[in-house]
Write a protein that binds this ligand. Structure first.
Ligand code: HPA
Ligand code: ZN
Length: 335
């Protein structure tokens, strides 16, 4: 990877921890937990990662997540991700998790949250700090999301915010108004996946009905000029994930990705990896792939990385901002 990209301090704001489960770890956890797998080998499993759309990915992703059972499993998964991310210059990671998929298999909320959190607590050892964003699965009814929020409240201090993920089409944000209102009353930050496969209208709903602070993906916002103007005017961050969009056929070719057009319209675009174990690359790979596909210049990369820190739920006094300016200044001197 280009050392320029690697050395820029970056935040990763759209990362599903279950989507960092590499096939090798998936097999070793299945063995450790005596869980049955429908695949005979790592190669056979990898060969199944040939997705046609979001749903074809989600089916395999939830199947894979079923090997996660104990607090140690969640800790090991998260620690492996943090080590990998730190090597790409990630200094801040706001990590999504999907408790409903674990709770329905009998895993307790505390097991999931404590396992991930104990790894995050060790992050500073390797120069990375982070937080947890609990996502509601939109293919399940809002009543299930409400029960999930209730079950998480004893762990409130461990949560940064809530989000909304899973199958987008047919599950508009408005269905989750009550649970987002409750989360807001708890002082939690709010984000939602919108405009990945769903129409621009879902992005409007996420903003105006749920009141989210960031939009996850937002690719289809490009279809609606008034929406692009709104995102730019209100400096709403988009957490975009180029390799995910390519793998799930949200774009047919990275050269057609709207990231640069949105950036030049004044939108606070960021780059993220979504589910790196499934989509062929971690954060640095996402920066590299979109840079070569769109011919991004260094100044654009600086803007994208700066946006990621500004869009993070961090105080303006966090030392990472000064480190960022220092690093940008140092690389200008080298050029
Ligand atoms: N979209 C929706 N749900 C998800 C995703 C995604 O990209 N990754 C994991 N769950
Ligand atoms: Zn996602």
């Amino acid at each position: 990877m280009d050392p320029f990209i690697r050395t820029l301090p970056k935040a990763e704001l759209h990362l599903h921890i279950e989507g960092t489960l590499e096939p090798e770890m998936l097999f070793s956890l299945a063995k450790r937990n005596g869980a049955a797998l429908g695949y005979a080998s790592v190669d056979e499993l990898r060969a199944a990662y040939d997705f046609t759309d979001l749903q074809s990915f989600l089916d395999i992703y939830y199947e894979g997540a079923a090997v996660l059972r104990t607090e140690q499993d969640f800790h090991d998964l998260t620690w492996a991700y943090l080590q990998r991310a730190a090597r790409d210059g990630v200094r801040r990671a706001e990590i999504f998790f999907d408790p409903q998929t674990h709770i329905e298999r009998g895993v307790a909320m505390g097991t999931v949250i404590d396992g991930i959190s104990s790894a995050l607590d060790r992050g500073p050892e390797i120069g990375i700090n982070g937080g947890l964003i609990m996502c509601f699965l939109r293919h399940l009814p809002e009543s299930s999301a409400l029960e999930t929020l209730e079950a998480a409240l004893p762990h409130r201090s461990r949560l940064l915010g809530v989000g909304l993920d899973s199958s987008e089409l047919g599950h508009p944000p408005t269905e989750f108004t009550a649970v987002f209102n409750l989360a807001r009353q708890e002082g939690l930050h709010l984000v939602a996946h919108a405009g990945e496969e769903g129409p621009p209208d879902y992005v409007w709903q996420a903003l105006d009905v749920l009141g989210v602070e960031r939009i996850d993906h937002g690719v289809r916002a490009i279809e609606d000029d008034a929406l692009v103007a709104r995102l730019a005017a209100d400096r709403i961050p988009l957490t975009m994930c180029p390799l995910s969009n390519l793998k799930l056929k949200v774009v047919d070719n990275l050269a057609h990705h709207p990231l640069r057009r949105l950036l030049h319209s004044g939108v606070k675009v960021t780059i993220n990896s979504d589910d790196p174990a499934y989509f062929g690359g971690y954060l640095g790979d996402n920066y590299s792939a979109i840079t070569s596909a769109l011919g991004l210049e260094r100044e654009e990369l600086v803007d994208l990385a700066r946006h990621s820190l500004e869009a993070a739920f961090l105080p303006e006094t966090d030392p990472v901002f000064a480190d960022f300016e220092h690093q940008v200044g140092a690389s200008r001197l080298i050029d």
